[in-house]
Design a protein around this ligand. Structure first.
Ligand code: PLP
Length: 364
């Protein structure tokens, strides 16, 4: 069986050593020493000055929205995981969908309407599968219309644009450190803020709103990461270069073998694929279902990620007409991608896709 994803685990002895120290200190959560060490290491790794670790990537978006005091309507993309829009809706904000660019799969600034720009307070774009959004155009729109930008950068570990980590763009950018991601803390997330005052405020918000005098003078929640979670991140640090380079090479192998057969996302100039996912876009939904079934028969797991387009969900009815996102969602399929995957396995997966498509397309 080739699973769609496999969490990376460090040597157990490394994690045990961390846990041993945590037990000795008996300090389990609330801005502990392991968390602070991981925060400092990640801030340096990303090259961002104001980085805050939180309990998961979803609450990272929520805290960023709270810290920046976003109200009312927020322009976003329906080509994303449910968490992007559901966080908005759960906070009483209204998602306003713009469409995506069919090549980059990211929000297409040209499809954001004047009315959306005039009536929204922020843009929440997603760097889809680790590919840089049109950050310059989005920054220009935000400046003209006095909007904040919060990037859902959940997939961007190791991804850079113009030499800078994708987390360094926007008023805030959030990342997921979930077990299935390139780098993880089992459950976890982080927010990089542009301004120190927003970071300071968020630090209070993740701890029930308590200030340095222990007064709950902001409406906060509990979004803290525990020491045991942070310890996993510290252990993984030693493996980062191996993980990121192998995953990027696996992605390249997929590209070499499948590029001429299926459509693959076009990356922004200077943004190297980080191997977060291996998505392919089939000609239509029937072809996708055929590929998925064929691979399942060979014990190769795949995932329709993202499906369906969020703008087609009843709960977001009327939030925007997005034909391109709707179309791509119906025919995008993610193939297995994880550190332990071998080039031989990728070759087998690609040969299986190719064999099926040759047969399927030849029938017509
Ligand atoms: C685009 C996007 N945003 C947000 C999230 C939520 O992250 P988490 O699972 O850490 O809450 C995910 C999860 O994969 C995601 O893909």
């Amino acid at each position: 069986m080739i699973p769609i994803v496999k969490p990376f685990l460090p040597e157990l002895s490394l994690y045990n050593a961390q846990v041993g120290q945590i037990f000795d200190r008996n300090y389990l959560t609330n801005n502990g020493p392991v968390l602070r060490e991981l925060e400092a290491k990640l801030a340096e790794y990303f090259g961002v000055p104001h980085l805050l670790l939180v309990a998961n990537g979803t609450i990272a978006i929520q805290i960023a929205l709270m810290a920046l005091e976003i109200k009312g309507k927020v322009i976003t993309t329906p080509f994303s995981f449910a968490a992007t829009s559901s966080t908005l809706a759960a906070m009483g904000l209204t998602p306003e969908f713009a469409d995506i660019d069919a090549q980059s799969l990211n929000i297409d600034p040209k499809t954001i309407s004047e009315a959306q720009l005039a009536h929204s307070s922020a843009i929440l774009p997603v760097h889809v599968y680790g590919n840089a959004c049109d950050v310059d155009e989005l920054a220009s729109l935000a400046k003209q219309h006095d909007l904040k930008i919060i990037y859902d950068a959940a997939h961007t570990f190791g991804a850079k644009y113009k030499g800078k980590a994708l987390l360094s763009y926007g008023d805030a950018a959030t990342i997921s450190l979930h077990a299935t991601k390139i780098f993880h803390t089992v459950e976890g997330g982080a927010i990089a803020f542009k301004h120190k005052q927003d970071y300071e405020k968020a630090k209070q918000l993740i701890n029930f709103g308590f200030d340095s005098n222990n007064m709950p003078n902001l409406v906060g929640i509990n979004a803290k990461m525990s020491e045991l979670h942070a310890a996993m991140g510290l252990c993984l640090f030693e493996y980062i270069d191996n993980i990121t380079s192998h995953r990027a090479e696996l992605f390249q192998r997929y590209q070499e073998k499948l590029d001429s057969l299926v459509y693959m996302q076009e990356y922004a100039e200077t943004c190297r694929p980080n191997g977060a996912y291996a998505p392919i876009i089939l000609a239509n939904e029937a072809e996708l279902e055929g590929v998925q079934e064929h691979l399942a028969g060979l014990a190769i797991q795949t995932r329709r990620y993202f499906y369906p387009s969020l703008s087609l969900m009843e709960c977001y009815k009327g939030a925007g007409d997005t034909p391109i996102a709707n179309d791509i969602c119906s025919r995008v399929l993610c193939l297995p991608m994880y550190y332990e995957l071998s080039f031989e396995q990728v070759d087998f997966i690609c040969a299986s896709v190719s064999k099926f498509l040759t047969y399927y397309r030849g029938r017509k």
